[in-house]
Structures are given as C-alpha cells and as structure tokens.
Design a protein around this ligand. Sequence first.
Ligand SMILES: NC(=O)c1ccc[n+]([C@@H]2O[C@H](COP(=O)([O-])OP(=O)(O)OC[C@H]3O[C@@H](n4cnc5c(N)ncnc54)[C@H](O)[C@@H]3O)[C@@H](O)[C@H]2O)c1
Length: 360
Amino acid sequence: MDQMVNPDHPLRKAFEGKRVLVTGDTGFKGSWLCLWLAKMGAQVMGYALPVERADDHFALLGLDGIIEHVDGNILDAAALNAAFERFQPEVLFHLAAQPLVRFSYAEPKLTFDTNIAGSVNVLEAVRLSHSLKAVVYVTSDKCYRNNEWIWGYRENDELGGHDPYSASKAAAELVFSSYQDSYFHARANFGAATVRAGNVIGGGDWALDRIVPDAVRALRAGLPIEVRNPHSTRPWQHVLEPLSGYLTTAARLLDEPKRFAGAWNFGPDTTSVRTVGELATMIVGEWGSGAVRIAEQEHAVHEARLLHLNCDKAHQLMGWRPKWTADRAVAETIAWYHGVHHGHDPLEISTKQILAYMES
Ligand SMILES: NC(=O)c1ccc[n+]([C@@H]2O[C@H](COP(=O)([O-])OP(=O)(O)OC[C@H]3O[C@@H](n4cnc5c(N)ncnc54)[C@H](O)[C@@H]3O)[C@@H](O)[C@H]2O)c1
C-alpha cells in the first residue's frame, strides 16, 4: 500500500522530508494525522500512551510500522524532553489529552493533570527546543464560555468551561497564551498557534460516550442506537476537516510564522449542523439496517446543547474551507466501519479517504 499524496499538492510540498512530532498519535485524530503526514513524505515521530485496543485505528493501520512511535506520558517531563532532544522536530502537533466530557466528570483530576500540567510539559519542551519552527496546539471548541446562544464562537470570545474537560481546555489556552506572550512572540523563525475544532466523526474511533462509536457498536450487535440528547445540535465534521485545518496552519506558520500565530477555529459550515437524533437516523440509513431509541437519562450530567464555531478568520486569512458536507462525512465514516466490519483493509480504506479528501 504505497499510494502517496500528489507531489504537486501544496501540503505535500510543505511537509515532504520534514521531521514532525505528534503527541497523541495512538488516538483517533492523531492516528489519522500521522498517516496523512506519512503519505506526504514527512518523517514522523509519535509520543503517547500505548495503544489500548486491538481495533484502535493506530493498531489497525499498523502505524508503528509506518512512523516511529514512542510510548510515553506527557506528565513525564524527562521522557518527553528526551524524545524532543533525540528527534529534533521541526514541526509539532500537540494532541495528547483526556478528551471526553463525561469521563472528565468521573476523573476531574486526571483530566486537569493531563490537559493542563501535561500541556505545560509540552510547552516547556517547545521552549527548550532549538529545532522547532512551527507548533500547532490542539484544544477544543469547548474552550469557549458557553452562552447557549445561536451565534458561532469567534477566536476572540471569552474562554470558560462548566465541566472539567471544557475548563481544562480553556485553561490550556491560557497557559499557551502566556508562553506565546512571554517566549514565542520574540523568537525568530518560529510560530505557534492554537486550534479549536468541534466534535468530529470518522472511521476508527471507539471512544465510549461518543455517538458514532456507540452507534456502530449497537449496529454490529444488532441493537437499537441509544441516543441521550436527541435535540442537542453539534457541528458534525469528518475528522479530516479539522486535520486539514491543523496541517494548513502548520504550513502557513512555516511560511509566515508571525502572521499565522494565534488562535484558529476549524468547523463545518452552518448547513452541517444537525441534532444528535438526526445524525443517528443518518447512520442507520448508511449502515442499511438498525433503529434509534431515545435513552432514559437517570444520571444526566450537564453538556452544552448549542455550540458552533465561526470560522471566518480561517476562511479569509488562510483560505481554508470545509470540503465535505455532513451527509458526505457520515457516508465516509459509516463506509469505513462497514468496510472494516466486512473484512476490508483499514489502511487501504483510510488512505483512500485521505486521498479522496485532498482531491475534493
Ligand atoms: N475527537 C473529538 O471530537 C475532539 C473534539 C475537539 C477536540 N479534540 C481534541 O483533539 C485531541 C485528540 O482527541 P482524540 O479524539 O484523538 O482523543 P483520543 O482519546 O482518541 O486520543 C488521545 C491521545 O492522547 C494520548 N494521551 C492521553 N493522555 C496522555 C498522557 N498522559 N501522556 C501521553 N499521551 C496521552 C492517548 O494515548 C491518545 O494517543 C485532544 O486534544 C482532544 O481534546 C477532539
């Protein structure tokens, strides 16, 4: 499977031959990002906790045979610094995090430790590095103080967080901003940006309490899809959309580090906003069988109901735009799970989807 991205594509030109470090490579977004980078000829090192399940996207791709992976904790500053020292990265994507809202209610300390103290360790490694030219620091659309209003959040809106996950990501933003102002602004030939995206869907995500993995588990078991908050709206986007935003940010930072430093939102068009109930119905349609059931909420925890991003800044200054509609995002996602469920090669499916996305 040696299909590569078109050599004339601007992103391939930006990353070919570059040494790129990705924290969180064993996770859902990180594994897609590393495959994409490898397909553009980048030299990739991943740093993350070990892969958890045999059916994780990282494991299914055989990614440890495609990139160099280091098992490590971002709370272990010495190990993290040693990885930076040895690899001498030119570009960093920081994705490692505890990313789940509901889990953060059960494990607030783990969430704050990982997402704040862990990010401080990463920023310290960046501060000490002499090789880095571009840093993309991943937080979340949930870093904004949620006003439950209909307008999209802009990069200069107030930060905040009700649940521990959202608060940890808002705090991670503040920490980044301090490093930016205190150290990074003044460093020559170096740019750092923080990137905020919303809920993503795509093949190979098996996280608990996320609608698509929950739905696929139910469909594979022949059970109805249980939906907790059918009327909550979310900006559904395919995982390749924010990743294209992250890659574009790094490419722009490599070209003009000061102009593209700062915060960037990457979300779908407002036409891609759907309720959770609508999404579940679309999933059943794409799978070809199954049913949706509204679940009782005995121990409901607070989750934001109205949340979407205003992405005018990325549209106008980077020329970045989402490419796939919500319908296409669901179709590609369910095609991935359906294909793998029926014995097709996950590496081939993921590679084809990356190449198709780039040609869209
Ligand atoms: N998936 C989404 O819908 C979504 C939405 C908004 C933001 N994000 C953000 O994107 C990033 C990636 O999310 P994901 O969905 O791929 O999550 P994931 O749970 O699939 O992956 C998380 C990754 O972080 C690593 N990690 C966790 N704790 C670590 C630690 N202490 N040390 C080293 N590595 C550690 C894991 O090993 C894994 O590689 C996170 O920062 C998350 O907050 C995700």
